[in-house]
Design a binder for this molecule. Sequence first.
Ligand SMILES: NC(=O)c1ccc[n+]([C@@H]2O[C@H](COP(=O)([O-])OP(=O)(O)OC[C@H]3O[C@@H](n4cnc5c(N)ncnc54)[C@H](OP(=O)(O)O)[C@@H]3O)[C@@H](O)[C@H]2O)c1
Length: 243
Amino acid sequence: MATVSNRKLAVVTGASSGIGYALAEQCVKNGFDVMICADSERLETARQRLETSGAQVYAVLEDLSTPEGVERLYQRIVDTGRHVDALLLNAGVGLGGAFLDTPLDRELRMIALNCGHTVHLAKRVLSDMVAMHSGRVLITGSIAGTAPTPFQAIYGATKAFVYSFGEALREELEGTGVTVTTLEDAQRGSGDAASQVAEDGFQAMLAGKASVFAGSFANGVKGALPEVVSEYAHETKPGASKR
Ligand SMILES: NC(=O)c1ccc[n+]([C@@H]2O[C@H](COP(=O)([O-])OP(=O)(O)OC[C@H]3O[C@@H](n4cnc5c(N)ncnc54)[C@H](OP(=O)(O)O)[C@@H]3O)[C@@H](O)[C@H]2O)c1
């Protein structure tokens, strides 16, 4: 049985790097313990860095593109005996290139991760949140989900899926004490950009907002969304991955 803590607990998927790591940082800075999940050795470094905050950090190494990996993560949550106060469904990958050229196996894995783990973990955790009349959910979408994205056709479609899913869930859960927020990020890169996106997303989640266009770049261009999305998609080189 894990040590009992009075702090709230947040679960962050894809927290070994980028936006997910920055979201986990926001969680610990704001008094949460965190369960972080990813599928590479980078997770251990993330765990060590987050633990310097004094928070309890549970690191779960799983491949969330498989239902078995998601179930094992959920079991780790159950094993803590703790209520999940915040669920941040962030793990995701991208793939650029002409649809006729891109490898089907990678696209199917991307769909399984970007869409599958989001639905699967939400299905498991949301019942517990609703039973407690309390919870915050943040789903990392993308500006690429707001309009068709040629040369990132499947990636854009996965992000349209999670946006639609998040909005629908939000409506269904109205009045339950559980809110769902979608993070629409148009930033690229990591470091400061990821930190700003994460801070905007985290604050919107705590406030229970529907969605947030995070980061100064996104805020500056959201009025011209279709052009930006089109340019973003065309710039993506075939084979480009993590987005
Ligand atoms: N960066 C952008 O420009 C951008 C823009 C819009 C939206 N987004 C979205 O933001 C989210 C995070 O992306 P990022 O840019 O921060 O990329 P990133 O740094 O590559 O982070 C992706 C995270 O997902 C994890 N992950 C990948 N495959 C996994 C798997 N099979 N099982 C478990 N975890 C897995 C990675 O961990 P390991 O590799 O250690 O497994 C990593 O922690 C994604 O949903 C992405 O679509 C990013």
